[in-house]
Design a protein around this ligand. Structure first.
Ligand code: PMP
Ligand code: GLN
Length: 380
């Protein structure tokens, strides 16, 4: 059978592979990034109410008005971004769909897309399937610093887009003012568009705040910002996301969306609308809860002999496995599951080629007892 080579040459995503292995071995799953025990009861009740009440038919293609308004109000409240909810907000079935819509909607074959490595695994296949070429710029661990000269060199006459993921998966990096200003200059100079994957926007630690690239001078008209209720409300299985941006920029993205999913379940949209409007306490508690879990797991990993890298945002800690005598992250993660009963993700999976092989990623968005059990097993 012939199949499209871009997809058929790929294996199953590392997240699915590791979750399946974790199940088989009864391992504590700190691999795939999904939270445990953080789902807000008020949100689940809102969804149940909306589900009982209906409607159950196709909602408007751009999303139910209540959610589009709530996204616009959220962006005003947290970032002072003014959005026209009718023309500048679109609801998607998760951030993954939003990313695909943006890439399919904006790439003309031959365009180049600048991507920072390590990156989330859906970016490259979709860029390529859309006919784009990826210009990959690698961040330097342990601080995941941005090599500015290399970034500047990756931009050229064919550059159409840059994808920026901040707070970043898997590194936990939060890009600061200086890096953002440097990127904005390049994007303006090359008349390129930024696709900002900001699914972890509310998960930042140590008093640091996430700054959307869209808020920098000159960026409002050339940025698409993507969020995910899965992360903001700890309900990754719901697959409710949103993309916001200038009407003209969003238009081709809407065209792609109408043929990819067209809509998202209305009851879940209604519940997320209520969620986004909730008071600041919810957001503060989410952050402080996760920060406490981050610190607990970081101490546990350090106690087990890992070199733990800094993490200012996201669900993830990255740890250097070399102090434990390992130099192959894939091998390490397989042994960790079968030998210790703990699942992690090899960071090499976030690279295109020739990756560093000495980092493993651990998700800390878990119940205290889960993290305690993981640490107990790692130390044993
Ligand atoms: N971008 C990044 C960086 C992610 O880590 C994830 C999540 N898992 C997504 C996008 C996809 O989010 P969603 O589950 O809303 O599709
Ligand atoms: N983004 C999540 C992670 O990094 C997983 C998403 C998925 O399983 N596709 O673990």
């Amino acid at each position: 059978m012939t199949a499209n080579p871009i997809f058929s040459s790929l294996g199953t995503t590392i997240f699915e592979v590791m979750s399946r292995l974790a199940n088989e071995h009864g391992a504590v799953n700190l691999g795939q990034g999904f939270p445990e025990g953080l789902e807000p009861a008020f949100l689940v009740e809102a969804a149940a109410r909306a589900m009982a009440k209906g409607p159950h038919q196709y909602p408007p293609m751009l999303g139910v008005p209540a959610l589009r308004q709530a996204v616009a109000e959220h962006d005003k409240r947290f970032y002072d971004i003014d959005l026209d909810w009718q023309r500048e907000v679109m609801v998607t079935s998760g951030a993954t769909e939003a990313l695909a819509d943006c890439l399919f909607g904006l790439i003309t074959p031959g365009d180049e897309v600048v991507v920072l490595e390590p990156f989330y695994d859906s970016y490259l296949p979709i860029i390529r399937r859309a006919g784009g070429g990826a210009r990959i710029v690698r961040l330097n661990p342990p601080d995941w610093t941005l090599p500015r000269e290399e970034l500047a060199a990756a931009f050229g006459p064919k550059t159409r887009l840059m994808i920026l993921n901040s707070p970043m998966n898997p590194t936990g990096k939060l890009f600061g003012d200086d890096d953002l200003a440097f990127m904005a200059d390049l994007l303006i100079k090359h008349d390129a568009v930024a696709i900002c994957d900001e699914v972890y926007e509310h998960l930042t630690y140590g008093g640091k705040r996430h700054i959307p690239l869209m808020t920098l001078p000159g960026m409002r008209e050339r940025t698409l910002r993507i969020g995910s209720a899965g992360k903001t409300f700890s309900v990754t299985g719901w697959k409710v996301g949103y993309v916001t941006g200038a009407a003209e920029l969003l238009q081709p993205v809407i065209r792609a969306h109408q043929f990819i999913t067209f809509t998202t379940p209305p009851a879940l949209q209604q519940a997320v609308a209520e969620g986004l409007a909730t008071g600041d306490d919810y957001y503060k508690t989410l952050t402080s809860d996760l920060e406490r879990r981050r610190d607990f797991l970081a101490a546990g990993l350090a106690g087990a002999g890992f070199d733990v890298l800094p993490c200012d945002g996201s669900y993830f800690l990255t740890a250097d496995i070399r102090p434990l005598g390992f130099s192959d992250d894939g091998e390490f993660c397989r042994q960790l599951i079968s030998g210790k009963g703990v699942a992690a993700i090899p960071v090499s999976a976030f690279y295109e080629s020739d990756p560093p092989r000495h980092f493993a990623r651990f998700c800390f968005a878990k119940l205290d007892e889960t993290l305690e059990e993981a640490v107990r097993r790692l130390r044993a």
